[in-house]
Design a protein around this ligand. Structure first.
Ligand code: ADP
Length: 472
C-alpha cells in the first residue's frame, strides 16, 4: 500500500492518543495516588501529634481516664474515617477506637517496632500483619519527661485513598478523551488545508508529466499551498506556451524557407524547359538572386537568434562612443536614403557619449531599427536619431514619420516572425526576426527597449544603455 501523508498523519494521531492513554494510566495514576497518600498522611500526622500532646499525654500523666478519652477519640476516628490507637513502645495496645475498652484482656501487636517508618512519619502495609488489607499508618510519639511513653497510631484504609485516586483519574481520562476529540479538529484542518490541495497538486503534476499541459486545477487557499499551485499552473502554462511557440516557430521557418525555394525552383524549371526564353534570363536571374539573398538573410537571422538564445551569451563589452556608432550606421544607409528620399537628422548629446556595451551587437540593433525606420517611412520624410543621458542611463531614440504600427500589433512586433498587415505590402523581404534579435541583444545587456507608435503618423523606438562611470 502507498504510504500517503494522510495515513502517516492519522497513524501519528492514533499513536498520540494511545501514548496519552498510557501516560495517564501509568504516570498520572501513580502520581495521583502518591499525592493523595502524602496529603492524607500529613493530615493524619497533624491529628496524631495533637492527640499525642493532649489526650494521650493526659492519659499517661493520669490526668484523664481511659473512659473519658475514648469517646473523644471515637468521635475523631469517625470524622477522619480512620482507626486511632494508643500503644506502648512494647506493642501493648492501651486503647483502640475500633473496639470497646477491655482492660481485662491484654492485646499485643506482635513484633511491634516503632522504627518501621524509617525516618518518615508513615508506613503503608498490613502493620505487622495486624490488618488483612493495606493500611496507611501514621505514628506520633507520646513523650513525658523526655521519654517516649507510647505512640498514637492512626490507620486509614488504603482502599479509600485508592478509590479517591481512581475517581480523580477518571476525570483525567475524560479530559484526555475531550482533548483527543478536540485534536480531531487539527486532523480535519490538515485534511482541508494541506492534504486535499496536495492531492490536487500531485494529480496535476502527474497530468503535466504525462504531457497534458493544459490540465486545469483549482486551489483557492491564500497560503504557501495556493502559491505552490499557482506557480505550478503558471509553469505548465509557460511550458505549453513555449511548446506552442516552438511549433509556430518551426511552421514559420518552414514557410519562410519554402516560398523562396518554390519560386527559385519554379523559375529554374521554366528556364530549363524553355518556358523562359534565354533573352529574359537576365531579368529572372535578378529575381533568383533576390530570393537567394532573402534565404541568406533568413538563415543569418536565425543563427543570430539562436546564438543570442543560448544560455550565457558572452557579450564582448567595451567602452565606446555611441554617438560615433550612430553616425557611422546612419552613413551606411546614405544610398538607400537617397533612393527613398528620406533624410536622417541626428540630435546627439555631447561630443562623446561613452557607453559600456557590446559594440558590434549595438551596431546591429541600430542597423535593424534604422533599416525598419527607412523601410516604413514615407518618401520625403525624415528620421530623427536622438541620444540623451538621464538617471545614469543613455537613451537612444530612432523616430520615423512612416506608416506606424496598429495598437493591437504593438505588443507583438518583438515576437519572432511577426509582421503587421500594414507592412506586408511595403516590405516583401522582411523576415519578421529583426526586432526579436534587437530585443534579445538589449535584454542581454540587462536594458530595455520600448516603442511608441501611432498608425499613419510614425513610430519611435527607444532603448537604454549603461552609461560609463568615471571609474570604468
Ligand atoms: P522585419 O525584418 O520584417 O522588418 P522586424 O522584426 O524588424 O521584422 O519587424 C517586425 C514588424 O514590425 C515589421 O514587419 C513591421 O510590421 C513592424 N515594424 C517594425 N518597425 C517598424 C516601423 N519603424 N514602422 C512601422 N512598422 C514597423
Amino acid at each position: 500500500m502507498r504510504k500517503t501523508l494522510y495515513l502517516k498523519f492519522l497513524l501519528g494521531y492514533l499513536i498520540f492518543g494511545c501514548f496519552g492513554f498510557l501516560v495517564v494510566a501509568t504516570f498520572v495514576s501513580s502520581m495521583t495516588l502518591e499525592h493523595l497518600k502524602r496529603e492524607k498522611a500529613e493530615a493524619l500526622y497533624k491529628e496524631a501529634t495533637l492527640i499525642a500532646n493532649t489526650y494521650a499525654s493526659d492519659l499517661y500523666n493520669s490526668e484523664a481516664s481511659l473512659e473519658a478519652v475514648k469517646p473523644q477519640l471515637d468521635a475523631l476516628s469517625t470524622y477522619f474515617s480512620a482507626e486511632i490507637w494508643i500503644i506502648n513502645p512494647s506493642g501493648r495496645m492501651i486503647m483502640t477506637t475500633n473496639a470497646p475498652l477491655d482492660v481485662e484482656h491484654e492485646t499485643v501487636v506482635e513484633n511491634f517496632d516503632p522504627t518501621v517508618t524509617a525516618g518518615s512519619y508513615y508506613t503503608v502495609g498490613s502493620f505487622f500483619d495486624w490488618f488483612g488489607e493495606d493500611m496507611l499508618s501514621v505514628f506520633s510519639p507520646i513523650t513525658s519527661n523526655y521519654k517516649v511513653r507510647g505512640y498514637v497510631v492512626i490507620h486509614a484504609a488504603m482502599a479509600s485513598i485508592r478509590a479517591s485516586s481512581e475517581s480523580l483519574l477518571n476525570i483525567s481520562y475524560i479530559m484526555l478523551v475531550i482533548f483527543f476529540l478536540l485534536s480531531l479538529i487539527i486532523l480535519i484542518f490538515f485534511t482541508e488545508m494541506v492534504y486535499i490541495p496536495l492531492r490536487k497538486i500531485t494529480i496535476a503534476t502527474e497530468q503535466y508529466a504525462a504531457g497534458n499541459l493544459h490540465y486545469e486545477f483549482q486551489v483557492d487557499s491564500e497560503d504557501e499551498m495556493g502559491y505552490l499551485a499557482a506557480s505550478l499552473s503558471y509553469m505548465a502554462n509557460e511550458i505549453a506556451r513555449g511548446e506552442d511557440n516552438q511549433k509556430k516557430f518551426i511552421a514559420n521557418v518552414s514557410h519562410d524557407f519554402r516560398s523562396p525555394l518554390t519560386s527559385v525552383k519554379g523559375y529554374l524549371e521554366a528556364m530549363q524547359d524553355g518556358t523562359i526564353p534565354p533573352e529574359l534570363y537576365d531579368k529572372y536571374l535578378g529575381i533568383l538572386l533576390n530570393e537567394t539573398d532573402r534565404l541568406i538573410k533568413l538563415t543569418n537571422s536565425l543563427l543570430t537568434l539562436n546564438n543570442l538564445n543560448m544560455k550565457g551569451v558572452v557579450l564582448e563589452k567595451s567602452v565606446f562612443d555611441i554617438n560615433q556608432v550612430i553616425r557611422s550606421t546612419a552613413s551606411s544607409f546614405e544610398g538607400t536614403c537617397r533612393q527613398k528620399k528620406v533624410g536622417i537628422d541626428l540630435v546627439l548629446t555631447g561630443e562623446n557619449l561613452p557607453v559600456l556595451a557590446d559594440k558590434s551587437k549595438i551596431e546591429q540593433v541600430l542597423y535593424n531599427l534604422l533599416d525598419n525606420a527607412i523601410k516604413f517611412s514615407h518618401a520625403d520624410s525624415s528620421i530623427l536619431i536622438e541620444t540623451s543621458e538621464k538617471h545614469g542611463k543613455v537613451f537612444v531614440s530612432v523616430k520615423d514619420h512612416g506608416i506606424g504600427i496598429p495598437r493591437d500589433s504593438l505588443k507583438l512586433i518583438f515576437d519572432r516572425f511577426y509582421k503587421t498587415d500594414l507592412s506586408r505590402g511595403k516590405d516583401k523581404k522582411g523576415t519578421g526576426l529583426g526586432l526579436s534579435i534587437t530585443k534579445e541583444i538589449i535584454q542581454a545587456h540587462n536594458e530595455n527597449i520600448n516603442v511608441i507608435s501611432t498608425e499613419g503618423v510614425g513610430s519611435e523606438f527607444i532603448f537604454s544603455l549603461p552609461v560609463v562611470d568615471e571609474e570604468d
